[in-house]
Design a protein around this ligand. Structure first.
Ligand code: SF4
Ligand code: SF4
Length: 146
């Protein structure tokens, strides 16, 4: 018998809900995070998506399975960034992808599209994020700009 999925939603036939700006964060992750639980959970989500590139994601602008293990999730809302700011990050990603909230698209397509963005796109989306120094995606785009 295979390993039981730990994260709710993973392994079901429904599209996994991901808050849109996490498409970027997942590609910048190099092991840092808000807590050990958060890191483990994020690693598991990333591994799952890498193993299932043709599965579908539903883009949302609210708490997702990554937020579920974050110490900053309070009553279903993010307490680290202001509600308009964090939602704005998701909405900007969705707008740049020319999609709408709730759109369902293949994992591989979404990840490869945002990977093509340049530092100006990232600056626009990432706003006040405090992980820019540790984010591989942000740093790589910054270096490409020099
Ligand atoms: S800089 Fe922050 S918001 Fe932007 S991709 Fe990296 S971790 Fe995500
Ligand atoms: S900081 Fe906020 S948006 Fe980011 S993972 Fe935690 S709860 Fe979710």
């Amino acid at each position: 018998m295979g390993k039981r999925p730990v994260i709710p939603g993973i392994g079901s036939s429904k599209a996994l809900e991901i808050r849109a700006h996490h498409l970027l964060c997942m590609q910048g992750f190099q092991g840092y995070g808000y807590s050990r639980d958060f890191q483990r959970n994020l690693e598991e989500v990333i591994n799952h998506l890498e193993s299932n590139p043709y599965s579908s994601l539903k883009l949302v602008a609210d708490a997702d399975i990554i937020c579920q293990k974050c110490p900053h999730l309070e009553d279903g809302c993010c307490d680290r960034y202001s509600s308009p700011a964090i939602r704005d990050m998701d909405l900007k990603v969705i707008e740049k992808l020319d999609l709408e909230v709730g759109a369902i698209e293949p994992v591989q397509k979404l990840l490869s599209q945002v990977k093509e963005w340049n530092i100006h796109d990232l600056r626009d989306v990432c706003g006040e994020c405090s992980w820019k120094d540790k984010c591989l995606l942000y740093r790589s785009k910054l270096e490409m700009d020099y």
